[in-house]
Design a protein around this ligand. Structure first.
Ligand code: BGP
Length: 491
């Protein structure tokens, strides 16, 4: 039997997020997002959130990689690699500095027009994430961000504004980045529910030890419910503004395996998948499924705690998404019969897999897990899938020849492209693939520059020093070849 190939119109590209690359954090009328005010950390040191900008403190989002002023150069480099799509996010606070202002900030609107025009110049399709972690600080301070229903209307107004503004320039949208992250240790920052929770840091080092009261979990899940309602409303409104819009939303979908065939471990792994199903079921099927009850019960809460109204239910039903976007980086195992060494990821993932190697940040390499996850998702939902993030954060060195040789990244890329092709052979409907951080940018979990994902190196260090010069890494040319051959060059 001949091998499946990638569809002719497969959307190859890369993904970034505003606060991790733009910089220019106070320029042209932009307000603060909560994520702007996170200090830099490391794998061991938490990022601290400060409700006000502190003197003599380094905030990575302040300048990031200064994409705001380098966007032409950056998009030209993406075009040189052959990108068909550029996934980027609009910063809510560039458009509405306080989140709920009466009038949008024209300079903010103009900036994204410029980005889309630049993409168009090279035939690159924009894919816009509407909310990538960056809840407006003003809404967090005033009303605990997504904990308040008032944030739903502010968000819907923001979406309506950008849908109308860019309706002829953008076709593909992702409403929420990794919406299931709201229930993880990132949740208090990403929902803006900081003040009520008293949370002031983002602590990846201790994420797996986190034990929270039912009251705190209730707040996270309530904020998440408000995002579901907002997402559904926005899907409906978007389709009315332009019926050609393809509007998706996204889950973090790392793979979960039983550590052994001991049935108690199999059940534990199955249960851990509820962190994906809980969210995707609502967005794809328009209602909470049976897994919601048991998942919430394990957090000490129940569905009635979330104050879901009859009107909410109707909204969820009416606004189901057109495609499901996912991020996939790694996998973890589940064991409840014995104690084992743990592993890391953008979620805390449980036990390390003895068959797999790890990155410097402890994320295991598992391309087969991507094939497995795509099958799980497609089998359950039967709607098109889009891999909106996948990539390797690694330490890169500039060699004596002035170049960056990154065979480890090329290997990671090849292996995941190969796994995607296998998933296509399995019959999965996959629309596209955007590598996370095609250009080095700020790490979300640690705030480092040292954790580099890019095919393009950016001269900038963890303290914010460097010329910001862009340099093509070896992987730049590999991705270029992969796109040029539509994946055929990968064994
Ligand atoms: C995802 C986020 C991205 C990105 C990525 C890599 O969870 O959507 O914003 O940063 O993870 O994570 P990190 O930057 O922590 O290495």
């Amino acid at each position: 039997m001949s091998k499946a190939t990638f569809p002719k119109d497969f959307l190859w590209g890369g993904a970034t997020a505003a606060y991790q690359c733009e910089g220019a954090w106070k320029e042209d009328g932009k307000g603060f997002a909560v994520t702007d005010l996170l200090t830099a950390g490391t794998r061991e040191i938490p990022r601290i959130f400060t409700p006000e900008e502190k003197e003599n403190t380094y905030y990575p989002a302040k300048q990031a990689i200064d994409h705001y002023h380098h966007y032409k150069e950056d998009i030209a480099l993406f075009a040189e690699m052959g990108f068909k799509v550029y996934r980027m996010s609009i910063s809510w606070v560039r458009i509405f500095p306080n989140g709920d202002d009466e009038i949008p900030n024209q300079k903010g609107l103009e900036f994204y027009h410029k980005i889309f025009q630049e993409c168009k110049k090279y035939g690159i399709e924009p894919l816009v994430t509407i909310s990538h972690h960056d809840v407006p600080l003003a809404l967090a301070l005033k009303q605990d961000g997504w904990l308040s229903r008032k944030t739903i209307s502010a968000f819907v107004n923001y979406c309506e504004t950008i849908f109308k503004e860019y309706k002829d320039e953008v076709k593909y949208w992702i409403v929420f980045n990794e919406i299931n992250m709201m229930t993880s240790y990132f949740g208090d920052i990403y929902t803006g529910g900081i003040l009520s929770n008293g949370t002031t840091h983002l602590d990846i080092a201790h994420a797996s030890e986190e034990a929270l009261s039912a009251d705190k979990m209730k707040k996270r899940f309530k904020a998440l419910h408000h995002q579901f309602v907002a997402c559904a409303k926005v899907v409906e409104i978007g389709h009315k503004i332009n019926e050609q819009f393809k509007i998706g939303s996204m889950v973090a979908a790392d793979a979960h395996y039983p550590y052994s065939c001991n049935p108690v471990n199999v059940i534990a792994a199955q249960k851990s998948m509820r962190r994906i199903w809980y969210c995707a079921d609502v967005m794809v099927r328009g209602e909470y499924s049976y897994v919601a009850d048991s998942y919430l019960k394990d957090q000490g809460i129940c569905l009635t705690d979330l104050d879901i109204t009859v009107e909410d239910k109707a909204i969820l039903q009416a606004g189901t998404i057109d495609f499901l976007a996912l991020s996939y980086y790694t996998s973890g195992c589940h064991a409840v019969d014995e104690v084992h060494e743990t592993t890391a990821g953008n979620f805390s993932l449980g036990v390390a897999n003895p068959y797999l190697k790890k990155s410097d940040w402890g994320w295991v390499f598992d391309p087969q897990g991507l094939r497995w996850m795509l099958n799980e998702l497609y089998g359950r939902y039967n709607i098109p899938l889009f891999i909106a993030e996948n990539g390797l954060g690694a330490v890169d060195e500039i060699s004596e020849d002035g170049k960056i040789h990154d065979p480890y990244r090329m290997q990671y890329l090849d292996n995941h492209v190969s796994a995607m092709r296998e998933a296509l052979e399995d019959g999965v409907n996959l629309m596209g693939y955007t590598w996370w951080g095609p250009i080095d940018l700020i790490s979300a979990s640690t705030g480092e520059m040292k954790k580099r994902y890019g095919f393009i190196y950016v001269d900038r260090d963890n303290e914010g020093n460097g010329s910001l010069k862009r340099i093509r890494k070896d992987s730049f040319y590999r991705y270029q070849e992969i796109i040029k051959t539509n994946g055929a060059c990968v064994k």
